[in-house]
Design a protein around this ligand. Sequence first.
Ligand SMILES: [Fe+2]
Length: 411
Amino acid sequence: MAPGALVAQAVSAVPTYSPAPIPDTKLPRRNDQAPRSIFPDGIRTSGQHNPIYSQLKPYSEFPKEITGPTVWHKEDYEGQPERWVHRFSAEEVAELSATADAFIESGTPLTGITKSNFPLPILSQELTKIRSDLVDGKGFVLFKGFPADVWGPHKNAVAYMGLGTYLGYFVSQNGRGHVLGHVKDVGDDPSQIHRVRIYRTTARQFFHADDGDLVGLLCVHRALEGGESDIVSVHNVWNTLQREHPDVAELLTQPIWYFDRKGEVSEGQEEYTKQPVLYLEPGGKGRLYSKWDPYYVRSLTRFSDKGIIPPLSHAQVRALTILEETCQRLALHMVLEVGDIQFVSNCHLLHARTAYKDYPAPAPRRHLLRLWLSTPEIEGGWTLPFHDSKELKRGGIQVNDNPPVCPLDAE
Ligand SMILES: [Fe+2]
């Protein structure tokens, strides 16, 4: 979960409290005012939105069992990397390298990178198939052999983002509008979950989804120990809950869950959203998808203690516990080496990360470069949260003149 919306915000159908006014100096600009010199085709932001409640489907319309390639079991893939790993060939690396060099030479800002100015005639054939599998299939892939330790920060960023253009549309990852993020321990205190985003710590991340339809992670430096990845098919989790805990499944479909915006709040917004955990696409293929992160649900005691919002009920605490346990039981484990890129669907997969320990200084800390990508064909997905099916750029966060690519050697 991450920053909030500004444009096309739906009118909430539930009683809300009035958020405190934001000082003028911090007023965000609207996303349609984003400088075109930075975003040639408009601002690309992520956000946390309330759903349009009238479009939510009742539990009775949810499927009892989901079938098809999005429902997978870890046994389908454990010990069979050939089913989910794509190792870049020498020819593909050479193409990626040459295209990245030409892009750098052109002087185009990184945020202006598109398929048309980052041609990959060879690799794109494979990427088209992989994208289809990410959106409508098993929902994950691991690339191997990206020469991250050879190319250096700038070329890594260009080649990685260029690759990303073949999979989705960049959205921002925080209130500063960064579309290329650093996943790295910056010394934040993970116990301060109301204001700290866990990706900036070494703490365990429980099963969750990020704020774009797809998330990519390029491993630049590994940890000394830990920091390993788990992924799970939400559709398998759903089927399992239907068999074992249908009451939990039902509770997760109800719009009773408050999610923290962790201070990344746009003008006029509340500090939180209220939504279900599991949705049905209102149109499209009618697929089930999830929006979940327990840290963002548990961090709201500063409001529930004051009676502004209700605290989590016993039934909700039980549901989130069972959800986590079910995910852990069904998950596929993977380890990212330097030069690996993992892409995962946030719509029908949840992912987790084990806690980790870095190498002692001066060795580099664990470092992943992150992309959040929108895939507009998923109606109501992370980047089209029921607001305006013609609006491909998700809501608005603070749009300013800060570099939208986080400085590559920063944080
Ligand atoms: Fe994540």
